[in-house]
Write a protein that binds this ligand. Structure first.
Ligand SMILES: Cc1cc2nc3c(=O)[nH]c(=O)nc-3n(C[C@H](O)[C@H](O)[C@H](O)COP(=O)(O)OP(=O)(O)OC[C@H]3O[C@@H](n4cnc5c(N)ncnc54)[C@H](O)[C@@H]3O)c2cc1C
Length: 322
């Protein structure tokens, strides 16, 4: 029986959450008949956690592989593929590993990679993926001609399963580590305060309709009150009003908070691609016909300059009442 192999990336001693999300997706494929779910991770310490999140078998590579460039990973991935017999590989679309490892793996196996998939299913025993195309205006479905089927997904695309400590699985050791031909000269981390946008339960996002970059101060105030994070549309980021690292959408981050407050954002398909998984959308917009208003659970149709101060005041009062 083939199977699904999830590549679990480790940073700062922790498995990146996207690996748990991919294990959730892999379990769904397994339920459709894709075979057992395995994971490859550097470091023994993470094996049990991956089993609790859905892996049947965990291939443990040397801990030294964590943080190494993609080419150092290839021998370990090949060893895990050989031992597991998996014909599907799932990776996180991360700048640190997946974005490079996926295509390199596909090239080495003379197959293709489907990047940034938004849905996965099994059809006649083969993987069928959905991904955005034409700049996010349409969705395409693909199958693979090659034997090995490789797909990557942005964080927060799939739901992770709740950890189940009673799950059991096998742990196997893999010794293969490649020698990277790349030398990293320096790494500069973007300093950010408060909750990370990708992890926030509340996101307050602003768009071009704010008309003025200083309006983001109001969004920051509201986000702070709600213990959330601030996001922005690409139009706002392109204008230099907010850092590109806060961009939500097809070419930005994917978020799925409980509450997404979209202030003066029209709701272009490329923006929606990054936040349509939000549980509750609130739109503040002048235009009742805006796509974001149509997608929202609640909408306030007015100038945000009138709405937002009153909204913030009300939240303040409610918080004061406990
Ligand atoms: C390949 C490609 C990738 C892209 N990727 C992304 C992406 O990742 N993320 C992204 O966001 N976009 C992306 N875009 C751009 C996208 O198509 C839109 O242009 C962009 O999302 C529009 O941003 P916006 O909603 O802030 O601005 P606009 O579309 O200009 O909307 C402004 C909104 O503000 C409202 N408004 C104006 N004044 C007020 C006021 N005073 N009070 C209340 N409401 C007001 C208006 O009614 C309008 O709805 C991409 C485009 C392409 C082609």
């Amino acid at each position: 029986m083939p199977g699904v192999l999830v590549i679990a990336e480790v940073a700062d001693g922790k498995v990146l959450p996207v690996a748990f999300e991919l294990l959730g997706a892999a379990r769904a494929l397994s339920a459709e008949g894709a075979g057992p779910v395995s994971a490859l991770v550097p470091g023994q310490a993470h094996a049990q956690e991956l089993i609790a999140r859905g892996a049947d078998v965990v291939y443990v590579a040397p801990e030294s592989l964590a943080g190494q460039m993609y080419d150092a990973w290839l021998p370990a991935v090949d060893a895990a593929l050989q031992q597991s017999g998996a014909d599907i590989v799932l990776l996180g679309q991360t700048a640190s590993l997946g974005r490079d490892l996926g295509p390199a793996l596909a090239f080495a196996h003379r197959t293709a990679i489907a990047p940034e998939v938004t849905a996965l299913k099994l059809e006649n025993g083969r993987l069928r993926v959905t991904r955005p195309c034409y700049g996010g205006n349409a969705r395409a479905e693909h199958t693979f001609a090659g034997q090995l089927q490789i797909a990557s997904a942005k964080p927060k695309t799939f739901d992770a399963l709740e950890p189940d400590a009673s799950r059991t699985g096998e742990v196997k050791t893999i010794d293969a580590v490649g020698q990277s031909r790349i030398t990293v000269l320096s790494v500069e981390k973007v300093e950010s305060e408060g909750v990370r946008l990708e992890d926030a339960d509340v996101v307050v996002a602003g768009g071009r309709g704010l008309g003025d970059p200083s309006a983001f101060a109001m969004l920051e105030e509201l986000a702070k009150l709600l213990r959330g994070a601030v996001g922005a549309s690409r139009a706002a980021c392109d204008l230099g009003w907010y850092p590109p690292s806060s961009q939500v959408g097809l070419t930005g981050k994917t978020v799925s908070p409980t509450l997404y407050i979209a202030v003066a954002i029209s709701g272009a398909s490329q923006h929606m691609a990054g936040m349509s998984g939000s549980k509750n959308i609130v739109a503040i917009n002048k235009d009742p016909e805006a796509n974001m208003v149509k997608a929202a659970k609640y909408a306030v149709i007015d100038d945000y300059r009138k709405v937002l101060p009153a909204f913030i005041e009300e939240v303040r009062k409610l918080k004061a009442q406990g």
